[in-house]
Structure formats: C-alpha cells, structure tokens
Design a protein around this ligand. Structure first.
Ligand code: ADP
Length: 268
C-alpha cells in the first residue's frame, strides 16, 4: 500500500458486497477504538491521523451516509433516504437504521489492522448493541477516547471545515489548510463543505450531542475503557497526546496481564 493512501474502505462505505482493494496491513496489536466527542471537536481529523500511524481502519458512520447521498445512481432504500433527511437537518438517524447498517458491516470490526469507530455509537442503545455484538463475536474494545472542547471553539471549527470527497481527509481553512486552497493534498480531488456544517444544523447537532451522546462518557468510564483528551491546540499536538495516552494504557494492560499470569502460577 502506498504510504500516502489510506485503505480504501469500500466495504465500509458501500456495504458488505464491496471488497476493499487495499485492506489494512496486519497489525501486531490492532487497536479497536471508539472516538467520542461533540461534532467539530476533531474526531474525524484524529481518526485520519490515527489511521495513518497505526493502520487501524477509519470507520465513520457519517461517511457511510454521505457516501450514500453522493451516489444518486445507487439504490437508496426508503430507510436510507429518510436517514439522509435526518442528517441534513443535523438530527440523529434512528437507532434501528444505524444498527442495520452496522450489522451489515460487522466484518469490518474484524479488520486485521484494527478499527477506529468515529460517530458510532452515539446513543446508549447503540453502545449497548455494540457491546453485545462484540461480546458475541469474541471482540473487545481497546479503549474509548473522549475529546473535550468548549462549545464556542466548536462552532468556529465547524464553519471552516472542508472535506475531501474521495479519501474523506479533513482540512480546516485556517487551522489545517490544504497546500492548494480547495484541493486535497493526497488525491488532488475537490474539497467540499458539508451541508450539516451550516449554522442552523450546527446548533441542532450540539444540542443532540449533549442530550444523547454525552451520557456515553459515563457508560465507558464504568467499563474502565475511557481515555480523556483535551482537544485544544494543533491537530498534531492533540494526536501526540492521544497516542501517548493510548500507549501508556497498552503498557499498563500488558503489565496487568503478565502480573495476573504470575499470580495464577503462584496459586497453583
Ligand atoms: P459530526 O461531525 O456531527 O460528528 P458525523 O459525520 O459523525 O458528524 O455524522 C453526520 C450525521 O450523520 C449526524 O449528524 C447524524 O445525522 C448522522 N449519524 C452519523 N452517525 C450516526 C449514529 N451513530 N447515530 C445516528 N445518526 C448518525
């Protein structure tokens, strides 16, 4: 795989009938991550950076909906058409539609390079369904990263966000500008502004986050999976902080497992 390109993720973006031409490399310790945080906090940017460094596949539910919306030729089920309506208004798509989409793509949770779930789960119901599915398939999350940022900065960030239509790389007009304005550095495709980054949709998305998604922080804290990261500073600084916290968590986990094995032997 070219170091510039991320895995193509077609199985994730288009559904299980599609196969990735460039699957993720096999990782020795595949990260299985969930990223939490209000819209605009920079989850997509961090997922992209994490993908480039760790090769874990970036699985964004928002990207699946946007990909479906940008392919007018493809068969859009009534549920998908309704989902796109919710998305344009900045509201959450109903759990049943989202869950159907995740189940169809559950093979992506076995990706050899690991995965980074971005935008899912977003409600307690989704988090509980994901836990049951992963438990039943012998999978476990490595960590849940929660990014935190004041609302005023979030609004500024969302207004300047631009996305690449092909690789979904995320830029910002001032904070993370592309080398050539409006064009992606990696594939030279045109950048666009998301429909739900309009002011009225931003307001709905922030309120919805507080009501439906913020409770997940407590849910994952209780499961001992939460890693908190302040989403202030440059994307690279936030990324280095994320990586350092994840690595130290991994070291602690390995030490804990070694210690448990030693204790088991002692008690024999
Ligand atoms: P954001 O920048 O708001 O985090 P996303 O790209 O993750 O954006 O999602 C865009 C939109 O797609 C959401 O506002 C919502 O309408 C829909 N969506 C994505 N993931 C989910 C989900 N897990 N549950 C419900 N709706 C979702």
């Amino acid at each position: 795989m070219s170091p510039q390109n991320k895995p193509d993720r077609v199985a994730w973006l288009q559904g299980p009938a599609a196969r990735c031409d460039e699957p993720s490399d096999v990782a020795q310790f595949p990260w299985k991550l969930v990223l939490l945080g209000a819209p605009g906090v920079g989850k997509g940017t961090q997922a992209d950076l994490l993908n480039r460094r760790t090769r874990a596949c970036h699985l964004s539910t928002g990207d699946v909906f946007r990909a479906a919306g940008s392919r007018p030729d493809c068969d859009q089920s009534p549920a998908m058409q309704a989902a796109l309506g919710y998305m344009r208004r900045g509201e959450l798509v109903p759990d049943s539609t989202v869950w159907e989409m995740i189940q169809e793509r559950s093979e992506c949770l076995h990706c050899t390079g690991g995965f980074i779930l971005d935008g899912f789960p977003r409600t307690l119901g989704q988090a509980e369904s994901l836990k049951q599915l992963m438990d039943s398939q012998g999978l476990a999350l490595s960590a849940v990263v929660s990014y935190e940022l004041p609302a005023s900065e979030i609004v500024e960030r969302l207004g300047g966000r631009r996305t690449c239509g092909k690789y979904k790389a995320v830029y910002h007009v001032t904070e993370r500008p592309p080398k050539r304005a409006d064009w992606c550095d990696r594939c030279e495709g045109r950048l666009f502004q998301r429909e739900d980054d309009r002011p009225e949709a931003i307001k709905v998305r922030l309120e919805t986050y507080e009501r439906s998604t913020a409770p997940l922080i407590e849910f994952y804290k209780n499961l001992g999976l939460l890693v908190e990261v302040a989403a202030k500073g440059s994307p690279d600084d936030i990324f280095e902080d994320t990586l350092a916290k994840l690595e130290s968590r991994r070291v602690r986990e390995v030490a804990r497992k070694v210690w448990a094995t030693v204790e088991d032997h002692r008690s024999l």
